[in-house]
Design a protein around this ligand. Structure first.
Ligand code: G3H
Ligand code: 13P
Ligand code: ZN
Length: 311
């Protein structure tokens, strides 16, 4: 099976009350860990590539690694551009064979966001590619996205109908309290998501796939391993998994997970070196990192997303 778009995946996920995992990929071992988990769980997958990933690994390498994932698993896999900054970034990914792109124009005014998204949608749809857009802003930091907590704002349900009608986008990322990175809530702060906003959005856009960014749970057992073996990640905390399960049973069809993979890799590598100080073959410690990614992705698919046996 060649690369697919997310259209069919989202239709089934919406009606089935589950979500598809969108995992960020930067290197071979992470891709292998994700797709081995997907294969064992018979789950559809979205492999997503950020601007930082393209810069790190070289877009040609990533494209061929993802192609290898498709060929070796036979799973329905979407190759998605994560956080496309502008029309040019989306165009370049579309021209390069991506089957899905995100245009992240949420920091512009509502009208500008509509204009930019509309232009990407026109280019993408002419080429059979689907588009994720965003309304509202998440807090958090990645290479290309840096939004201070005070600048983050929740999605306004009043805007979603007009926005999706005018842009023709295929899915919509909304801000309900998730955030990027491994430090999502302050120590002592009770994790909270605005399910009332999600519910309102669902009412205004029946059947329309909603996306959650910044949805890592930052597993505390892995954070403890990192801190035990020389790391320093005090107060790293994520979104409770039961909240993600609830979101997946509502209108959320795509859940973005990156930080959890990073935490799993780092914990595995730190532990490996602590236990085997004599090792210097990267296959030994990167092999552990790959196995850790596989384990966490299997857990997500089965216990959080519910996308197992849906390929
Ligand atoms: O939300 C974006 C992802 O976590 C990607 O992060 O820009 O560091 O590759 P990155
Ligand atoms: P996390 O940092 O919570 O993994 O979010 C990743 C993300 O939203 C990628 O777009
Ligand atoms: Zn994101």
């Amino acid at each position: 099976m060649p690369l697919v778009t997310s259209t069919e995946m989202f239709k089934k996920a919406y009606s089935g009350g589950y979500a598809i995992g969108a995992f960020n990929v930067n290197n071979m071992e992470t891709i292998q860990g994700i797709v081995e988990a997907g294969k064992e769980c018979n789950s559809p997958l979205i492999l997503q590539v950020s601007a930082g990933a393209r810069k790190y690994a070289n877009p040609v390498y990533l494209k061929h690694l993802i192609q290898a994932a498709v060929e070796t698993t036979g799973l329905p896999i979407v190759m998605h551009l994560d956080h496309g900054a502008d029309f040019e970034a989306c165009k370049s990914a579309i021209d390069d064979g991506f089957t899905s792109v995100m245009i992240d124009a949420s920091h512009h005014s509502f009208q500008e966001n509509i204009e930019i998204t509309k232009k990407v949608v026109a280019y993408a749809h002419d080429r059979g590619v689907v588009v994720e857009a965003e309304l509202g802003q998440l807090a958090g930091i990645e290479d290309a996205v840096n939004v201070k907590a005070e600048d983050a704002c929740f999605t306004q349900p009043d805007e979603v109908f007009e926005f999706t009608q005018k842009t023709g986008c295929d899915s919509l990322a909304i801000a309900i309290g998730t955030s990027h990175g491994a430090y999502k809530f302050k120590p002592g702060q009770k994790p909270r998501l605005r399910f009332d906003i999600l519910e309102e959005v669902g009412k205004r856009l029946p059947g329309f796939p909603i996306v959650l960014h910044g949805a890592s749970s930052v597993p505390q057992d892995r954070v403890a391993i990192i801190n035990q073996f020389g790391g320093k990640m005090p107060d790293a905390i994520g979104i409770p998994e039961e909240m993600l399960r609830k979101a997946a049973s509502m209108a959320v069809c795509k859940i973005n997970i990156d930080s959890d993979l990073r935490v799993a890799c780092t914990a595995a590598i730190r532990k490996h070196f602590a236990e085997h100080p004599d090792h210097f073959d990267p296959r030994q410690y990167l092999g552990d990192a790959r196995a850790a990614v596989k384990e966490i992705v299997k857990h997500k698919i089965i216990d959080v997303l519910g996308s197992n046996d849906k390929a």
